[in-house]
Design a protein around this ligand. Sequence first.
Ligand SMILES: Cc1cc2nc3c(=O)[nH]c(=O)nc-3n(C[C@H](O)[C@H](O)[C@H](O)COP(=O)(O)OP(=O)(O)OC[C@H]3O[C@@H](n4cnc5c(N)ncnc54)[C@H](O)[C@@H]3O)c2cc1C
Length: 386
Amino acid sequence: MIFDCIILGAGASGLMCASKIKTAKTLIVEGNPQPGLKLLASGGGLCNFYNSEISFKNYYGQNPHFCISALKSFDFEDFKKMLAKNKAEFTLREDGKFFARSSKSVLDALLNSLPQNIDLRLGCKFDKASKNRDIFEVFAGGKVFKCKNLVCSLGALSRKSMGASPSAFDLAESFGHEIAKPYPALCGVIFTGDLKKRFADTAGISLQAELSCGKNKFEGGLLFTHEGLSGPALFNLSLYGIKNKTLEINFCPKIKAEDFIKQNKNGPKHLLALLERLVPPRLAKALLNGFDKRTADLTKSEIALTAREINAFSFTVDKLGGYEKAEITAGGVSTKDISSRTMMSQKVKNLYFTGECLDVSGQLGGYNLAWAWASACAAAKTINEA
Ligand SMILES: Cc1cc2nc3c(=O)[nH]c(=O)nc-3n(C[C@H](O)[C@H](O)[C@H](O)COP(=O)(O)OP(=O)(O)OC[C@H]3O[C@@H](n4cnc5c(N)ncnc54)[C@H](O)[C@@H]3O)c2cc1C
């Protein structure tokens, strides 16, 4: 038997592709005993599945424009209709994020939308694939399946516990595709050495900060954890590859600390008490790192140095949260040999890549699921029209 289409991976992208496929015989191969595990965990169980403001600027990859065509042609109204038809309620928040009442309702809606005759094989681990003339041979779960179209929606390296594997990259490489160096993204930073000691008492502090690394800058929530730093601003910055680079944090973006200290220099206070008016007390203590003095006695350079700790604290990032904590993997199957309109390989006819396995990484805010849906629909449309 030759399938018209085999979809590898029953995650967000694979299920979306399967729900749109109109071919007669379609098979989905999923290694986990249940589909959509990562989708279930998304948005803390509330699945932030889209954003009302989507632009290529919300994505990072070697070709920043690659995502435009698929995102533009994605029919979000149709997606909302599919959710409504399956009674999956959702809300649009003020910040433009679409959240579901539950991630499970989105997963159920996708599963309900699968064509009746689809063959969904769970607990079936994909191993490798090859192509002989026009037919792909797919080795999975100890069997060999044949198909005319092969869609790789195998995700990437983040969250092995949810089924993540390097299979998409292995498959792509076996067909001659390049892989843009992968790294964990949308993840926090782990403090090591002196920083670990210095910030040992800061866990639980959260504040609005401005973070920058090279030319990339994000303002937003920053959270001190038992291990280091977390929060949306840092997650977004991590997309751009911050390991071994200098991270600069402005803990009090609205106030110029140097002016503030100078203006209050002749007050009765000690420096620590003064800084507690700018940042949370435990953070002020950590930033002063044992230093304190009556403000009236501060020298010019002491004021400048202290102000720098508040407005431009910098350190080299030597450890990130890692793939088991990262929400996504940045990098991936290089887009240079993939059609941005159809997601088809330009090296191997009828081989498609969709979702997170591609070198298209979105910021927080529903952008990664938006990409999973849009790329899947682009591939499905092309297969249906062939
Ligand atoms: C905790 C968490 C929260 C998130 N929240 C959000 C959010 O709210 N909004 C948002 O936009 N994004 C969110 N993301 C990111 C988003 O979930 C992913 O970008 C998206 O799921 C990618 O879809 P995908 O189908 O490409 O990959 P996946 O969802 O990872 O699906 C890939 C599938 O392939 C299967 N697979 C892998 N290897 C094999 C193999 N060898 N054989 C068979 N099957 C295999 C996996 O088991 C998996 O089911 C979150 C991620 C995490 C981890």
